[in-house]
Structure formats: structure tokens, C-alpha cells
Write a protein that binds this ligand. Structure first.
Ligand code: FES
Length: 251
């Protein structure tokens, strides 16, 4: 159940250009959160909350990690909150990644930019279950790259940068043909990337996690709808997603 809580900022660090990692403490959120869910965070002076994905869940210490990119006044202000301050948070929101996998499976995780953090949270859970993990992580350039080492600890990881300043040059879809065989995939990133990934992998089951801009974040305003081929037609990313089966959505 989604609750409105205060979360204490335990630490914050700029881990790549304009990219902030923040650790937040709250027992309720930590107990309830699942990989793929997000927190809806209120920022002083801004009417709309910001949806931020969960990048790690540390149940022993009642802490969750979030990662966000500074792209406007809201996220800039969020980055300026100090350690020890309390954030007004609604969460955990959304349905998260489905995890009905067998240990024998190999899964491919494809993340782009700020779509990488929720996949890390998921990758850790899969790794603990014994699932074999492959990852392709795409960034604009080396200065925006993060979590390479963390993913390397969990499975074979390919880095792609648009400008070729690190790893392979190009797009995440340029690397898909080069990875080992896999049985299913999960992807999170901007819409053009998700569209390209869905087109590139048409013969395997996959799940896409969307990063749409949201308003209410709890299913009340219809500002985040996505077209699907289900009976209901449109679904709400904030409530029915943000993760959907790739063959369910029309992009
Ligand atoms: Fe309001 Fe999704 S953001 S319904």
C-alpha cells in the first residue's frame, strides 16, 4: 500500500555528471518496496512530486537508494537537500518487475541513462536467486556513466556510449546481437530506446519500464496513460506500471 512518509536523507553523492545518488531511511518503505517501483517525492516550491526509481533496497538498515539526474529546477533543488533533512515521500508506487523466473534462465537487462538504477535493484534480486545476468548499459558519454563495477559483480556487462568515449560506440541496440543467448529481457530508459529495444528483440518475452513524466503518481489524473492492446486500451504508467510486458504496449 502506498503511504505518505518522511524519509531521512542518510547520504548523497554526485556519482557522475549531473547524477546524484541519495540514500534515504524509512522502515515502511524499505519493508514494502520491490525492484521496479518508484518513490514520488515532494520538493519545496514545486507543485508536482517527482517520480524517482529505487536503485537499491537495504532491508537490514531500513535504507533505500535513489538516483536522479539534474534536469530542471525540481531535481536541482532535490540535489541541494542536506543529509539529515526529511523528504516528504509517497511510496512505494507502481507494480515493479515480475520475478517468476527459473534459476536456469539467462536474462538480459538493458538500461539507458537514468533507466539503469531500477535495473540494478532488480539485478541484485535476480542474482540472489541464482539467475544468470547479462547487462547492456547505455550512456551519452563516459562522464555520465555509473554503476559499471556494480553490474560487473552480478554478470557480464557491456557499456555503450553514444559518442564512443567509453565502451562500445553507438546505441544499446547495436550490442544486442553480440551478447550470449538469453531467454528474456527487461529494459528501462527513454521511450525511443524502449521502442528500439522492443523492435530489436521480437522473438523473446520482455518487459519494459517507462520513465514518463507523472502528475499525481497514484492513478488519479490520467496524465501518464500508455496505449495497450488489452481490453481496457489505455493503462496508467504510475499505477498499472511502470513495468509492462513488451507485447502488451503499443509504442
Ligand atoms: Fe496521475 Fe498516473 S500520474 S494517473
Amino acid at each position: 500500500m502506498i503511504k505518505k512518509v518522511n524519509m531521512e536523507i542518510v547520504s548523497k553523492k554526485e556519482i557522475a555528471k549531473d547524477t546524484v545518488e541519495m540514500v534515504l531511511r524509512n522502515e515502511y518503505i524499505t519493508k514494502k518496496a520491490k525492484p521496479g517501483q518508484f518513490l514520488h517525492i515532494s520538493i519545496a516550491g514545486h507543485t508536482l512530486r517527482r517520480p524517482i526509481s529505487i536503485a537499491n533496497i537495504d532491508r537490514d538498515n531500513n535504507e533505500v537508494t535513489i538516483l536522479f539526474k539534474i534536469i530542471g529546477s525540481g531535481t536541482e533543488m532535490l540535489a541541494n537537500y542536506e543529509v539529515g533533512e526529511l523528504l516528504d515521500v509517497l511510496g512505494p508506487n507502481g507494480t515493479g518487475f515480475p520475478t517468476e523466473l527459473s534459476q536456469e534462465e539467462t536474462v538480459l537487462l538493458i538500461g539507458g541513462g537514468i533507466g539503469v538504477p531500477p535495473l540494478y535493484c532488480f539485478a541484485k534480486e535476480l542474482h540472489d536467486k541464482g539467475v544468470n545476468i547479462l547487462a547492456i548499459l547505455g550512456f551519452q558519454s563516459k562522464e555520465y556513466m555509473f554503476y559499471e563495477e556494480k553490474f560487473n559483480e552480478l554478470g557480464t556487462t557491456y557499456i555503450v556510449t553514444n559518442d564512443g568515449s567509453y565502451g562500445e560506440k553507438g546505441l544499446v541496440t547495436d550490442v544486442i546481437m553480440k551478447v550470449e543467448p538469453f531467454q528474456r529481457y527487461y529494459s528501462c530508459g527513454p521511450m525511443p530506446m524502449l521502442r528500439a529495444v522492443k523492435e530489436a528483440i521480437s522473438d523473446k518475452p520482455g518487459y519494459l519500464s517507462f520513465e514518463e513524466r507523472m502528475a499525481c503518481g497514484v492513478g488519479a489524473c490520467f496524465s501518464c496513460v500508455i496505449q495497450t492492446n488489452t481490453e481496457s486500451g489505455y493503462k496508467k504508467i504510475c499505477q498499472d506500471g511502470p513495468v509492462f510486458a513488451a507485447n502488451e504496449v503499443i509504442l
